[in-house]
Ligand binder design. Structure first.
Ligand SMILES: Nc1ncnc2c1ncn2[C@@H]1O[C@H](COP(=O)(O)OP(=O)(O)OP(=O)(O)O)[C@@H](O)[C@H]1O
Length: 384
């Protein structure tokens, strides 16, 4: 009943915002959502137009906090029929209301500050959405059914890393059991250290990484540091690089008991030593995305699914089934964040990556030496 009523009047409210009646409407909304204390309501202090809609600032009655608002975010969105962001700032609640839809956008190389940021796309308000693997989000699962835009998201994440980061800071290991069909365009790039195209190669690579994890923890122990951040701060001239393993369709890998065990072991222990996993699947089944995967890879990029059940398997709630596909998704990192990924065709990616090809990578290779001197440049240097 509540949902129906608020849904039907929601559209109009956005226009009332700036017409003088707005506070009465907000008060009704807060009342319906239980966002008041002892008959005291959040007080509107300021309203501002923004590029994408408007932003309101409220002071709160005693006993009401940001968490109360976050819990009611969905109800407020339904009421307004708009997406919103809620922020706490200096004892005030800021509610940013977006009047524009997420738009499809073309890939553009985006520099980020973190050492291993994955650029996912844009959220409402044109804000960049990234996952900082070095800061609390060590491993990521990307899941969505065929046509959801999984390949495109992966392509733009990897391309952005190659274009904007330095080879001495990051190494990539790609596992593509479709015989290289998905990640083939990256195999000649200098940042790509290993490229596994079948189960045997994948298993060998995972073993090697497991040894590297042990080597790093021994190094930390000897030098009395707890993680890669502390180690790199202490040994500025002997920094360890960050390494990311991308696995396309990890369901194929999970059939191999040995590989599955190493993958889970890496997920559970590699986080502090700078080795990260990004695994993807287009088969959302409870057998594939099971408890072990959930426990070890809590950050999820969820793309369109055909059914509510599949959405619940991926993000543990409904929502993915309503997405429009083509890179429209939700990032689950605690709460859900809606996004649109950047569009990047294989042809354009190949074009952008050409300057990063290196001779020794032209054949499928496996290097034993994990570190070493490399010719190093980033995208911005190349385009100068
Ligand atoms: N961010 C995006 N913006 C615009 N179009 C997109 C975007 N992502 C994907 N698409 C389009 O959606 C279609 C499916 O994309 P993609 O191949 O990445 O999906 P997929 O989930 O990997 O599916 P499949 O496994 O069948 O290849 C493609 O035509 C692609 O061009």
């Amino acid at each position: 009943m509540f949902t129906l009523t608020i849904g039907s009047i929601g559209l109009g409210l956005g226009y009332l915002m700036f017409s003088g009646m707005e506070y009465a409407n907000w008060k009704t909304l807060f009342k319906n959502c239980g966002l008041y204390k002892d008959e005291m309501y959040p007080k509107l202090q300021e309203k501002k137009r923004t590029l994408y809609g408007y932003c309101l600032r409220f002071t709160l009655p005693l006993g009401l906090g940001c968490d109360d608002f976050l819990r009611k975010q969905q109800a407020i969105e339904q009421y307004l029929n708009r997406k919103i962001d809620i922020k706490y700032s200096n004892k005030n609640i800021l509610i940013e209301v977006y009047e524009t839809e997420l738009e499809i956008c073309e890939f553009k190389a985006t520099e980020t500050r973190g050492p291993v940021d994955l650029v996912i796309g844009y959220t409402h308000g044109g804000k960049l959405l990234k996952i900082d693997l070095a800061d609390g989000a060590p491993h990521v699962l990307i899941a969505g059914e065929t046509g959801s835009g999984k390949s495109t998201v992966l392509r733009s994440i990897i391309t952005n890393l190659i274009l904007t980061k330095k080879r001495r800071d990051i190494k990539l290991h790609l596992i593509d059991l479709k015989k290289g069909a998905e990640f083939g365009i990256f195999r000649k790039c200098g940042m790509v250290e290993n490229f596994a195209r079948d189960r045997g190669e994948a298993e060998k690579l995972l073993h090697k990484l497991s040894c590297e994890v042990d080597r790093r923890y021994d190094l930390f122990f000897k030098n009395d540091v707890v993680d890669i951040k502390e180690y790199n701060q202490r040994f500025k001239n002997k920094k360890l690089d960050y390494q990311i393993v991308f696995v396309d369709e990890f369901a194929d890998l999970r059939r191999e008991k040995e590989s599955q065990n190493i993958l889970l072991e890496l997920a559970s222990k590699a986080r502090a030593c700078g080795i990260h996993l990004v695994v993807s699947t287009q088969r959302p089944s409870a057998k594939i995305i099971d408890g072990d995967i959930r426990a070890n890879i809590p950050i999820i990029v969820g793309l369109k699914t055909a059914t509510e059940i599949n959405s619940r398997i991926i993000i543990e709630e409904n929502g993915l089934e309503k997405l429009r596909g083509k890179g429209h998704g939700f990032l689950k990192a605690g709460k859900l964040k809606e996004f649109q990924s950047m569009n990047l065709t294989p042809e354009r990616a190949r074009d952008l990556l050409k300057s990063f090809y290196v001779e020794q990578n032209q054949e499928h290779i496996e290097k034993d030496d994990i570190s070493g001197e490399v010719k190093d440049f980033s995208f911005l240097e190349v385009i100068k």
